[in-house]
Write a protein that binds this ligand. Structure first.
Ligand code: GAP
Length: 435
């Protein structure tokens, strides 16, 4: 049943244009996904809400660094060594590679062959810069966005005339050559991160860690995630990332288990000290290396959690018209901040010129202000359900009364209650609702 839910979400995402598997017409490309019109709107809403929430904190500034950088950065950060690797074994017979946790009694899960001793497989995505493919031209696609912030520590500090504590936020793509991408968009090879790096004095690091953990948990609550679906887990010494003095993972209860969607890290002086050592440039504040508290969340992972949280299926349907009785109705109960489409405009009948004309007029009027769709195909009930399925908050229907009274009905996705609103008041009515 639980796995069933994830499969239903995956199918809805494809059908409605949230998410498509990459390179489908060429047989696919593992570990990468494409985002359709609705998925992209949803992603943008997540990012915008995160960004605005971050910027409420005094001392936060935005930043955007390159995806490709000098490879020495990854030497200094520790990503080219064993800390950022998966342990793999290789089957001596079919030569496929597996993570140790995938093995069946120490034999190849595919052909049953004997396997080699485990070896480290680094997760960095390698490429060559310029026309010559040799050792000197190797570079890497970043596996986390934050290193671009650390190496620009002095540029940001001095140009913005900042004082400690302050924070830098960045949203962007990261790449990891994951051995086993799985669970749809949960673990992929290309993904987006939203990271916040808070520079503070070592003495205050514990206090700021608590501050950010609490703030991040509140964000999920504000975005509508129920309390019993999210938890903070202290990560053990053995399991912690190589740079972390302390790590708490924020986990969401997916049907496939409790899984990390965000990491809160006390990175100490690991990054600034190592970059100072490797670059020869002292990345200090006054005479010391600040500590860094980091919050790092995946856009796709949180989006996947939101889809699970807000997906609802009502057996037999919510409306009891004869046609819909047999069906089950699907709803995405996105909060107003996340809904990709806020409003849909529907003429009651598509073959009545006057209704269509009026509906188009309303649609064109609202378009500059809201994310709005126009839909005239199919019965009105079917169109309501189509909008519920993608999480549209309000559907506006133009009926015959509208032509005389210059008004329309506004239907609320969750209550299905309808209210008549005069068109001249419509913009402020909707602004109020979406506030
Ligand atoms: N800078 C710290 C850092 O990158 P991380 O725990 O490795 O920490 C942070 O990653 C977040 O990035 C994760 O909680 C997850 O949401 C996302 N993430 C990491 N690897 C991912 C992958 N292969 N696919 C999708 N999201 C991933």
């Amino acid at each position: 049943m639980a796995k069933d839910l994830t499969n239903k979400i995956i199918s809805l995402c494809k059908r409605k244009g949230f998410i498509f598997p990459s390179s489908e017409i060429y047989g696919g490309f593992k570990g990468v996904y494409d985002f359709g019109p609705l998925g992209l709107e949803l992603k943008e809403n997540i990012k915008e809400n995160w960004r605005r929430n971050m910027k409420e904190v005094e001392g936060i500034v935005p930043f955007d660094s390159g995806i490709l950088m000098n490879p020495k950065i990854w030497q200094a950060s520790g990503h080219l060594s064993a800390g950022f690797a998966d342990e793999l074994v290789e089957c001596k017979k079919c030569h496929k590679r597996f993570r140790i946790d995938e093995l069946k009694k120490n034999f190849c899960p595919q052909c049953g062959g004997e396997v080699t001793d485990p070896r480290n497989f680094n997760l960095m995505m390698k490429t060559f810069i310029g026309p010559v493919e040799d050792e000197n031209n190797i570079s890497y696609f970043r596996p986390e966005t934050c290193q671009g912030i650390f190496i620009n520590f002095l540029n940001i500090l001095n140009s913005q005339r900042l004082k400690l504590p302050f924070g830098v936020i960045q949203i962007g793509k990261s790449f990891r050559n994951e051995v086993n991408p799985k669970n749809y968009i949960f673990r992929t090879r290309e993904f987006e991160q939203m990271e916040m790096e808070w520079f503070c004095s070592p003495k205050e690091a514990d206090k700021w860690f608590d501050f950010w953990l609490e703030r991040r948990l509140k964000w999920y609550e504000k975005m509508g995630i129920s309390k019993d679906k999210i938890k903070a887990r202290e990560v053990s010494e053995e399991e912690k990332a190589h740079y972390a003095r302390r790590q708490i993972d924020i986990e969401y209860h997916f049907p496939f288990g409790w899984k990390e969607i965000e990491g809160i890290h006390n990175r100490g002086d690991w990054d600034l000290k190592n970059h100072s050592k490797h670059s020869g440039e002292e990345l200090k504040y006054e005479d010391y290396y600040p500590y860094i508290i980091e919050t790092s969340i995946g856009v796709e992972r949180s989006l996947f959690a939101f889809l699970h949280e807000f997906y609802e299926e009502v057996e037999g349907g919510r409306t009891k018209t004869t046609k819909s009785v047999k069906e089950s109705e699907v709803l995405l109960r996105f909060p107003k901040e996340l809904a990709p489409i806020k409003i849909a405009v529907l003429p009651l009948l598509k073959n009545k010129e006057k209704l269509v004309g009026k509906a188009e007029e309303v649609y064109n009027f609202l378009k500059p202000y809201f994310e709005v769709q126009y839909d005239e195909k199919g019965s009105i009930g079917r169109r309501y359900r189509r909008q519920d399925e993608i999480g549209t908050l309000f559907t506006l229907t133009i009926d015959f009364e509208s032509l005389n009274n210059n008004d329309l009905t506004v239907r609320d996705r969750d209550t299905m209650k309808q209210e008549r609103v005069e068109i001249k008041n419509l913009k402020s009515y909707l602004e109020n609702k979406l506030k």
